[in-house]
Design a protein around this ligand. Structure first.
Ligand code: TNX
Length: 509
């Protein structure tokens, strides 16, 4: 009960964050943010100052404090320190957070580490800190030290903007949410049967016609090149790299409908707004196909700063195996020619994965041994793996039979099921070094609003993020579900539409 003399709630213990930090030593005095708190960026690099500005922007509305950013060194306030003694071992994304008495200090070797440290700091403050209006506080951060760096370099989330189109503003909202859990790759599924979502100068009708509808027959949409650059800029400011996907040779009805010459019979099929898969294929023997692929990958590579281009390759059920292999043998070198590396869905391992390629595994508990072994063999031969097992990591699967949105071909994927697996041991026989990390795909056949995205991603996305970031030694459902429950009030404060799964001991509202 509140009232005079009631003790302020205890500050969040340093180990109660998601993803679980690699190492935590609690103890000592708490730090309390106050009216006079400054955010210090000693020496003041441009990126450090931007991160400080981002943090101030997050905390000003609820605290009502000015939180001025200064480049002056000092022993008080929130200190964001780039470089300096002992930060090298933290790697490209790690950070150290020390809290106590007059200051909370985040140090990192690289800006990405500072940014991830800021996300941890956010979660150590009370959920009210996320509100958009003045709240009373107190704004305390428990004393102690966190030293933290990721288990995997690839921690992704995929958004299918093809089956339903999502605007730049909707994508940014999802980026804000991904960044909270230290996700560092945003895979955009930019083309499929139902819509082509990126404007290309070489083949303009792909977007203007191929992007003109979506599942259910709505108006669809597409990103102009400026829109796409804006998504990349916003993602980069949140330390996420965009991985664009053009799915080929199947899942291409929108392209085939836009340009008749891409079809083997020279006739453009109608646009498609249903949800079947596996009926379309680029025409493997035709030379136009490779002019198209070269133009598309050239433009996309030039627009994309990230190292990887995703070329799809899944469910090419209307392409013969021989044609599939021929196609992939021709297309992968085009990716390399434009300075990028290949990512493909794991069916790519049935062809000849290029040197340096990564296969994204989306099998599930019913996937046959032969298919699994093919992926494991490829991993033994140097192909890297991104793990997205559909019965664990697919955010578009229904939680249970009663949840209204999503599909269920890989079964129901409850919160515990989604969290309780180890990416390091998932594909028996694949070398540990072959695993680049994890990704949580969100296919959008049944999803058309930000509220829908959030309902499917929360509370499962933070679990996949934790599998990607935290050491296996921290993995424990009973501990995790308590930390997860504590995120609920934070999502309420942020207006995130999450599913209050009965598996999670949420605090009463
Ligand atoms: C399979 S996953 C697909 C997608 C669907 C998804 C729905 C993958 C590479 N292909 O085309 O949207 O299932 O869950």
């Amino acid at each position: 009960m509140g009232g005079p003399g009631a003790a302020a709630p205890a500050a969040t213990p340093l180990d109660q964050v998601i993803p679980a930090p690699a190492s935590v030593r609690g103890g000592g005095e708490a730090y309390t943010l106050g009216e006079g708190t400054r955010i210090r960026v000693p020496g003041g690099s441009g990126e450090g100052k931007k991160i400080a500005g981002y943090l101030a922007g997050l905390l000003r509305p609820a605290t009502g404090y000015g939180l001025p950013v200064t480049t002056k060194d000092g022993r008080d306030g929130i200190v964001l320190r780039l470089g300096g003694s002992g930060t090298k071992g933290l790697g490209a994304e790690g950070y150290r957070l020390t809290s106590g008495g007059r200051a909370v200090t985040i140090s990192a070797a690289r800006p990405a580490g500072l940014f991830h440290g800021v996300q941890t700091l956010r979660q150590l403050l009370p959920p009210d800190a996320e509100r958009q209006r003045d709240r009373p506080g107190p704004w305390r951060i428990a004393g102690g030290t966190i030293a933290d760096s990721p288990r995997y370099a690839y921690r992704g989330a995929m958004l299918d903007v093809s089956r339903h189109f999502f605007t730049v503003a909707q994508v940014k909202r999802y980026i804000d949410q991904l960044a909270m859990y230290k996700i560092n790759k945003l895979h955009l599924h930019l083309s499929d049967d139902q819509g082509w979502r990126i404007a290309l100068k070489s083949w303009p009708r792909l977007a203007t016609y191929g992007g003109s509808t979506q599942v259910g027959g709505g108006p669809g949409g597409y990103y102009t090149q400026d829109d796409y650059r804006e998504i990349i800029r916003y993602a980069a400011a949140h330390y996420l790299t965009v991985v664009p996907e053009i799915d080929m040779p199947g899942h291409t009805n929108a392209a085939l409908a836009s340009y008749a010459p891409l079809n083997c019979n020279g006739q453009a099929p109608p646009l498609y707004t249903g949800t079947q898969v596996g009926f379309s294929s680029l025409c493997v023997p035709k030379k136009e196909t490779y002019e198209f692929v070269d133009d598309v990958l050239r433009e996309l590579a030039a627009l994309t700063p990230g190292r990887a281009l995703h070329i799809g390759g899944d469910e090419a059920h209307s392409t013969s195996h021989e044609d599939y292999v021929t196609f992939m043998d021709k297309v992968q070198p085009v990716v390399a020619k434009y300075g990028k590396s290949v990512i493909g869905w794991h069916q790519l391992t049935g062809a000849h994965p290029a040197k340096g390629a990564a296969a994204q595994y989306w099998g599930y508990d019913k996937t046959g041994t032969a298919e699994r072994n093919q992926v494991v063999d490829a991993a033994r031969n140097g192909t890297k793996l991104i793990l997205s097992p559909a019965d664990r990591a697919y955010l578009d699967m229904k939680y249970d039979k009663n949840t209204p949105l999503g599909l269920s071909w890989a079964g129901y994927v409850g919160v515990e099921r989604s969290y309780d697996w180890d990416p390091g041991r998932y594909l028996d026989g694949a070398p540990a070094e072959s695993v680049l990390g994890v990704e949580a795909p969100l296919w959008s056949e049944t999803l058309s609003t930000s509220a829908h995205i959030e309902y499917m991603a929360f509370p499962r996305l933070p679990g996949i993020a934790e599998l990607g970031w935290s050491p296996a030694s921290t993995h424990d459902w009973d501990d995790y579900k308590v930390r997860l429950a504590a995120q609920g009030p934070r999502w309420d404060a942020l207006g995130i539409n999450y599913y209050r799964s009965p598996e999670v001991p949420w605090p009463a509202k």
